[in-house]
Design a protein around this ligand. Sequence first.
Ligand code: PLP
Length: 405
Amino acid sequence: TSLFSSVEQGPPIEVFAVNKAFLDDTHPAKVNLSVGAYRTEECKPWVLPVVRDAEKRLAADDSLNHEYLPVLGLESFTQAATSMLLGGSECVAVAEGRAFGIQTLSGTGALRVGAEFLHRQLGYQTFYYSNPTWENHGLLFKNSGFTDARTYRYWNAKTRSIDFDGMYEDFENAPDKSVLILHACAHNPTGCDPTKEQWSKLAQLLKSRPSLFIFFDSAYQGFASGDLERDAYAVRYFAQEGFEFMCSQSFAKNFGLYNERIGNLTLVLRNASQVTPVKSQLTLIVRAMYSTPPNHGARIVSLVLNDPTLYEQWKQCIQTMSSRIKQMRLGLRERLEKLNTPGSWNHITEQIGMFSYTGLNPDQVAHIVSQHHVYLLKSGRINMCGLTTGNLDHVANAIHDAVTK
Ligand code: PLP
């Protein structure tokens, strides 16, 4: 008998299970719209040319070594990442020295370190995530010690858009000392964000509820609209309105550095005098979790964000990615409208970012997968980057067939 014999099989992680089913499928016309990673028009992963250039420079630099980074990461990276998010010295919190970043293991690691801090140091037990949300928010906060997981309304299936009144009401009714996870832009999976006016209403409400803690999750800055400032609107607005908050940043999508696990956790505090003690507690959390972060991704991002020429080159790269996605949105909508597929399809071009929440039901999804070899999540979420000029007709026909069967 084994000491492990009591271990039960855990549930599969849907996105990886769907991806595996895709890889195992031998059909020549198969299409993968599941995993959230960018693909070129040839359906290939893309190493950003600016990343290649930065890597070559780093490889040629004999002064670099493999010594440990500090526990909270490479400072030239964390400063640049925080400025990219908040807008540099024009942000009062940055100018007053009460905003700072720490390097983390991509966006997931930033959420995890932030959640552990909120639970251990500030005693938060309750957290709210949008219904629906990125599938890892719940597991991650629970594993960080949170005992009370709740959802707030977000998606209105009828209008295929945001249920703002529901969201607002749920925040109004949230018990004191709850953490609210808000997607900074390009909400995953719905692709629908609050408008500026709605952000302002939320800010007014949250000002009257000072024990609710705002945790922004920014996984798509620049990647979503092609414009770094536009995608940072909500976070910068909350900083300007004087809120204290955390924001996880991922450089997986906007730099194409998925497996390098490069992220940043930005904290905006009310008093600069608290920066040192807060950093010391974050240091202890990271020390016990993985001690120090890896350096390759941090060096690349730091080099690019701090070098004006590389920075311009990078902005071109995010333009390339975001415009291809917009083209695919247009292409899919046009085809479905041409086919007269029942329902309205304007949401496909109105949603932003990597994903579209198609509104297809689980039955229709199962039909598309089994009959047409097009792989997507049960929720009807599709990764727009999996679409190419070459497979748009196939995917549109598959959706048409599922909706009309
Ligand atoms: N948050 C959201 C909303 C995401 O969509 C993702 C990735 O898909 C992440 C966080 C974290 O990703 P990573 O840990 O790869 O940076």
